[in-house]
Design a protein around this ligand. Structure first.
Ligand code: ADE
Length: 237
């Protein structure tokens, strides 16, 4: 999977692309992360990439030309999508991350200032994605969230092939709690069932915990899970 990021701040991606699981995935060749500096494609004397909004109002708007030329500075492969990170986009979900992980290339456009000229979005962008109902100072952190969440679904990125299946959202439920040694710390004890060695009981305990946590914290997910279970059961009858 190839990620190409169009940004005014490529240096923000340096440690991200070199560290931890993402760094290993790059080094092992499972993913490729490259940045294109939008400013390099400015045609103005002062390398500017933005201008005041038509109709007046606050802030500046990123212009079509530098964005378009930055995007076309490399050929766009087949099975690619251009995504503009924006608080106006559809909120990123696990299902969307799965869908994106099946593509060969993602071109992630990071906006700044008040936003991007709508003509760029209408003409060149396949999808607008938001990472949540709050406003960031630019799209870079949102692009990193997309790269990170999509990368962990690419085969080979997580060393344990099943690691991405068991976690929150993949199952439709939030994850059960985890514990590690020591068994007792400051009088706080690890639940006995986890030390019992009885795998069936451990599985059952984890399912009950996941159901309880999801019901309290995310009733929307809980109801969807229960409906799905119910539908499956009636389908099998
Ligand atoms: N840019 C600014 N805020 C954003 C958000 N919430 N999601 C994606 N991109 C953004």
């Amino acid at each position: 999977m190839k990620f190409r990021i169009l940004t005014l701040f490529p240096e923000q991606f340096d440690s991200f692309a070199q560290t931890s699981i993402i760094g290993n995935a790059v080094r092992d060749g499972h993913i490729e992360i490259s940045c294109t500096q939008i400013r390099d494609y400015s045609e103005s004397k002062h390398r500017s990439v933005d201008d005041a909004p038509f109709g007046g109002g606050q802030g500046m708007v990123m212009q079509v030309q530098p964005l378009k030329d930055a995007m076309h500075s490399e050929p766009i492969g087949e099975n690619a999508k251009v995504i503009y990170l924006s608080p106006r986009g559809k909120t990123l979900t696990h299902d969307k991350v799965v869908e994106l992980s099946e593509l060969a290339e993602l071109i992630l456009v990071c906006g700044h200032y008040e936003g991007v000229d709508q003509r760029f979005i209408d003409t060149y962008v396949d999808e607008e994605i938001s990472i949540g109902d709050y406003v960031l100072t630019g799209g870079e952190l949102a692009a990193m969230v997309v790269v990170d969440s999509v990368s962990r679904l690419i085969p080979g990125v997580l060393r344990d092939a099943n690691a991405s299946l068991d976690e929150s959202f993949a199952s439709g439920l939030l994850e059960y709690p985890h514990y590690t040694r020591p068994a007792i710390y400051d009088e706080m004890e690890v639940p006995a069932v986890l030390r019992s060695g009885n795998h069936a009981e451990i599985e059952y305990w984890r399912l009950v915990q996941a159901l309880e946590i999801t019901k309290v914290r995310r009733p929307d997910l809980y109801n969807a899970f229960m409906k799905h279970e119910h539908d499956e059961k009636t389908r099998r009858m």
